[in-house]
Design a protein around this ligand. Structure first.
Ligand SMILES: *Cc1c(COP(=O)(O)O)cnc(C)c1O
Length: 346
């Protein structure tokens, strides 16, 4: 049997042997009482890496984003975010239900909002208007294809926010991929946001968990919202132990995923009927327009699956491939070959 090549997402990564051993040995306590030494260690490491005063372990990226938004805003406020962002698209309308805020979406270019459009969208002080109380940025941008916000744009966005006294939250689910692409430490990116969320369970391979980082005062208030949402965990050090290994051992290898994504994109883009905007291939996500093949994404995914390659299908003509730990160069070459065969079947 040939190995199944799963390119649906970097969330399919499994914990490494070292993570399982660290989980087995983890020293734990009741984290709701603040007594889990392994959670504390992970949170201290995460604060250091992001250059923030404090950090908090959360169950998922979605919980981290929602708790952050609840902490920054009040019901009835408005938040500015990109129209294809994860928070707006894939978080079940949580900003309305949980935080009680409304969304002011702006179209991004490759996922990046224009700072002057952000400034223009900030509400004036008027009796009729909601208060703009938060700006959210996504880095890397998932639906745009893992694209990175240039540091100068991020800086400009943060300056505008500060001039208006509005905080910035960064959905940095894949901030380590952004840092790898830019060749800078994570804190050089996170310094342009008041709070940042990142995932341990994607390219970093931990089985569960994300981090929210920010000021001491922010994290103190965020802990109450985490508790409210059922995220007060007890012996969570079992999970945090894997997160520590993720930060120590897995962040440094993301370059391989990026090289594999580029190799894949170059191979696929050379196939007639497939189009890839190569400028969006910056990190570990490749988005292809397959409309030239005259089959839709779900049919394309079905045919690839018969050849041992798994991707997410959909009703349209865009398909996504995500590289991650466990995907080797040989798997990329096999994928290109399989897509070529599908393209020639018709
Ligand atoms: C995956 C992802 C999240 C949410 O993470 P979950 O752990 O799946 O809830 C948030 N933002 C972005 C950009 C993501 O890619």
């Amino acid at each position: 049997m040939e190995k199944l090549i799963d390119l649906r997402s970097d969330t399919v990564t499994l914990p490494t042997q070292e993570m399982r051993e660290a989980m087995y040995r983890a020293e734990v306590g009741d984290d709701v009482y603040g007594e889990d030494p392994t959670v504390k260690k992970l949170e201290e490491m995460a604060a250091e890496i992001t250059g923030k005063e404090a950090a908090m372990f959360v169950t998922s990226g979605t919980q981290g984003n929602q708790v952050s938004i609840m902490t920054h805003t009040h019901p009835g406020d408005e938040i500015i975010l990109e129209e294809k962002s994860h928070i707006f698209t894939y978080e079940v309308g949580g900003i309305g239900y949980l935080a009680g805020v409304q969304a002011r979406t702006l179209p991004g270019k490759k996922g990046v909002m224009d700072p002057s459009e952000i400034e223009a969208a900030i509400r004036e002080d008027d009796i009729h208007f909601p208060k703009t109380s938060l700006i959210c940025v996504e880095n890397t941008h998932n639906r745009a294809g893992g694209t990175v916000i240039p540091l100068d744009v991020l800086k400009r966005t943060y300056e505008i926010a500060q001039n208006h006294g509005i905080p910035v939250h960064m959905d940095g689910a894949r901030i380590f991929n952004a840092a790898t692409y830019l060749g800078v430490p994570v804190k050089e990116i996170a310094k342009y946001a008041d709070s940042v969320m990142f995932c341990l369970s994607k390219g970093l391979c931990a089985p569960v968990g994300s981090i929210v980082a920010g000021s001491k005062e922010f994290i103190k208030r965020a802990r109450k919202f985490r508790k409210m949402l059922g995220g007060g965990l007890r012996q969570a050090g079992i999970l945090a132990a894997a997160g520590i290994v993720a930060l120590e051992k897995m962040a440094g290898r993301l370059k391989e995923d990026h090289e594999n994504a580029r190799l894949l994109a170059e191979g696929l883009n050379a196939i007639p009927g497939i189009f890839i905007d190569m400028e969006t291939v910056q990190t570990n996500i490749v988005i292809c327009d397959i409309s030239g093949l005259k089959i839709n994404a779900s049919e394309f995914a079905k045919r690839l699956f018969k050849k041992g390659i798994k991707i997410n299908g959909g009703s349209g003509y865009l398909v996504r491939f995500v590289t991650h730990y466990g995907i080797e160069k040989d798997d990329i070459l096999r994928t290109i070959k399989a897509v070529k065969e599908v393209a020639e079947e018709k």
